[in-house]
Design a protein around this ligand. Structure first.
Ligand SMILES: *Cc1c(COP(=O)(O)O)cnc(C)c1O
Length: 401
């Protein structure tokens, strides 16, 4: 988006504020579907946890996406956004059997990743079709916190436990209609993904009534200049060929599914903050902004490097700054980063602020969560109001002391 447009949005809606460019979301969606246009039945289920604003969900529905959800609350958001329950898949980890049963009542596709839960669910509801999440034990992922396929992972049912799954299916008479994996975020290497896919195909052969195979997500997007990104087009060609071979051997066409979060929304997002103060120490120049890890935690939690642009002075001379927040704890967004000259009052834009940014925001230090704006049809639409003091007190109970 243009700097002038972003500056106008901060004037209209205040700061800090999250802005999402619907054109970019649409372009990413089209890029992914084009890469797999030779697949007869392709399904893209957007991972709600990346960015769960209901207007964003509605936009995904307009594009033709389904939803991938990890909690009953995300399912309810999807239903509130008017999604058909059949276009929602629920992939929880470590939730109670009661929650899974409640979601199944909505008619949502259930995906189970635990033998104990599979057996309980199959015994009680043998007629509800279930997908199983497999752990192919492939180490993929840019960050140990988000690689979920390796041997010690709490996610998925190990490929070494396929005989157990088959025994449960036989004993309960349940119907497995899908096979799933999600090996982690930030896949750098297509061959690793394809290797895991082969394991999934091998697993799928054991189940005769599949409607779909779900390859999860993990598409990498660039965060800064020179970053490697997943070559979606090459990946599309290679996986499509393998999928076609699989379907031929399987005896019929089934659906190929993905559930991208970051790929669809990361680059669409901008987080706009104002510089409260410049603080020069003997060694460092700090730019102190009106935010902190209460609004934007990825740099501190994952060491994520988000590009920062001074949109108030984009052509200025470059200097080195450490961009820090206002939280009473170390909350460094960037260390000694080259940014065009910053003055107090300037607006800094954080890029790639669409995925796992607002959804991870909190009220730490009793600060309000920011507003959210969707750029749609060449217009800025407020899609979430900034919180107010009432929101902080809401649900608190003052007792008489
Ligand atoms: C988080 C998650 C995704 C989305 O991952 P991205 O890296 O954002 O694309 C997909 N599937 C499942 C099961 C997830 O938990």
């Amino acid at each position: 988006m243009k700097n002038e447009t972003l500056l106008k949005i901060t004037k209209e809606f205040g700061n800090p504020v999250y802005v999402y460019d619907s054109n970019k979301i649409e372009a990413q969606y089209n890029r992914l579907t084009s890469a797999f246009n030779k697949v007869k039945q392709l399904k893209i289920n957007y991972a709600v946890k990346a960015l769960s604003n209901i207007s964003v969900l509605k936009f995904m529905k307009k594009l033709g996406a389904g939803l991938d959800t990890v909690s009953i609350q995300e399912v309810k958001l999807g239903l509130a956004a008017d999604f058909n329950p059949q276009n929602i898949i629920y992939t929880p980890n470590g939730v109670s059997i009661e929650e899974i049963e409640a979601v199944a009542k909505f008619g949502v596709q259930i995906n189970i990743d635990n033998l104990s839960i599979l057996e309980q669910f199959g015994t009680k509801h043998p007629n509800i079709p279930v997908c199983v999440r497999i752990n192919p034990h492939v180490m993929a992922g840019g960050n140990t916190n988000i690689s979920v396929g390796h041997i010690d992972s709490k996610f998925g049912i190990s490929i070494h436990q396929i005989p157990h799954i088959l025994r449960i299916v036989e004993n309960t008479g349940m119907h497995i209609n899908g096979i799933h994996m999600h090996t982690g975020s930030d896949i750098l290497d297509i061959d690793v993904f394809l290797y895991a896919s082969e394991i999934l195909f091998d697993t799928a052969k054991n189940f005769k009534n599949l409607d779909f195979i779900d390859f999860g997500s993990g598409f990498k997007v660039p965060y800064k200049a020179g970053d490697i990104e997943t070559d979606i087009e090459e990946f599309g060609r290679k996986l499509t060929a393998r999928f076609k071979t699989f379907c031929k051997n399987y005896g019929r066409e089934i659906t190929l599914s993905f559930e991208p979060g970051k790929f669809l929304v990361s680059e669409a997002g901008y987080f706009l903050t104002k510089v409260n103060a410049i603080k020069q120490t003997t060694s460092t120049v700090f730019a102190q902004i009106d935010s902190g890890f209460n609004h934007f935690i990825r740099p501190m939690l994952y060491g994520a490097q988000h590009e920062i642009i001074n949109i108030s002075n984009p052509k200025g001379k470059q200097r080195f700054y450490s961009v820090v927040g206002y939280i009473c704890e170390t909350d460094t967004f960037a260390n000694n980063r080259r940014i065009t000259e910053i003055n107090e009052g300037d607006i800094l834009a954080f890029k790639n602020a669409g995925a796992y940014c607002f959804t991870m925001a909190s009220n730490y230090n009793s600060r309000y969560r920011p507003a959210e704006v969707l750029w749609y049809n060449d217009k800025a639409h407020l899609i979430r109001k900034r919180e107010t003091f009432d929101d902080l007190l809401n649900n608190q109970i003052e007792i008489v002391l």
